[in-house]
Ligand binder design. Structure first.
Ligand code: ADP
Length: 237
């Protein structure tokens, strides 16, 4: 009886994962089309009123946010069923951080300070990582830093070198996270009690953790309420 119960439970979990994965996958395509039309209409139409442009921009931002959410759900369900593909290769971290800083500066309305080590050997540090996934991790952390910080405060992206690992910090001067809730923020659907309502789903950091661990690394957070947070991605050399 026990064995058959376990078997049925396993089957139902697996069906649930397949369902989440299929729904996320199916919703992504129409959403991409909607986003594409909105983007082209905003770019090309020259007879729109400022209010109409604003409305379309809000619709585009929301469709991008929904796509990200679906991507996160897809990554989580793929990981649960052991199908999340992470292709690690030797990467020069300085190159990755420079690319990430360029990408992030396109959308941020605040300074992003890239701090690379002075020592040329540390600057050339290599790590074993999946380049697009590493960029996704850092951009997600920067997006959070932006979301949870007051206007105009800078975000720092810092590369450091330790004996057997490279460390990348994303540091903000934002709202911080209550100390007793620090462990929870990496869990699915968990948000800190001081996070403004309707600014997120609580999924991003669980995907970030999953991806970093898939690259053989780990992630840590230090934070002071009302002063700021520092998320550190640690990648073995
Ligand atoms: P979301 O931002 O969608 O809520 P995340 O999984 O990315 O979900 O983050 C989980 C929670 O961690 C957030 O809701 C917020 O409470 C907290 N958090 C994450 N990054 C920061 C940050 N840079 N500063 C303050 N709080 C943060």
């Amino acid at each position: 009886t026990y064995n058959s119960l376990l078997e049925r439970l396993a089957q139902s979990w697996s069906q649930q994962r397949q369902f989440v994965s299929a729904v996320s996958h199916e919703l992504r395509t129409p959403l991409t089309i909607v986003q594409g039309y909105l983007h082209r209409t905003i770019k090309r139409a020259n007879n729109l009123s400022p209010e109409q442009v604003k409305g379309l921009q809000t619709a585009e931002e929301e469709s991008i946010r929904m796509r990200r959410l679906l991507d996160d759900l897809l990554d989580l369900s793929r990981s649960d069923s052991g199908k999340l593909a992470i292709a690690n290769e030797p990467v020069r971290l300085t190159d990755q951080l420079e690319q990430v800083a360029d990408l992030a500066r396109n959308t941020l309305n605040r300074p992003l300070l890239l701090e690379l080590p002075d020592d040329p050997r540390a600057r050339d540090a290599m790590a074993h990582a999946d380049p697009p996934r590493l960029r996704q991790v850092l951009l997600d952390l920067i997006e959070n830093a932006d979301k949870y910080s007051p206007e105009n405060t800078p975000i720092r992206l810092v590369l450091r070198h330790a004996t057997d690992a490279s460390l990348v910090d994303v540091i903000d001067q934002g709202i911080g996270i209550p100390e007793q809730e620090l462990d929870q923020v990496f869990q699915r659907f968990q948000r800190a009690s001081n996070a403004p309502a309707k600014t997120g789903s609580g999924l991003g950091l669980s995907v970030v953790k999953l991806l970093v661990e898939g690259m053989g690394g780990s992630i840590e957070v230090h934070s002071r309420l009302g002063e700021g947070s520092c998320f550190t991605v640690i990648l073995p050399s």
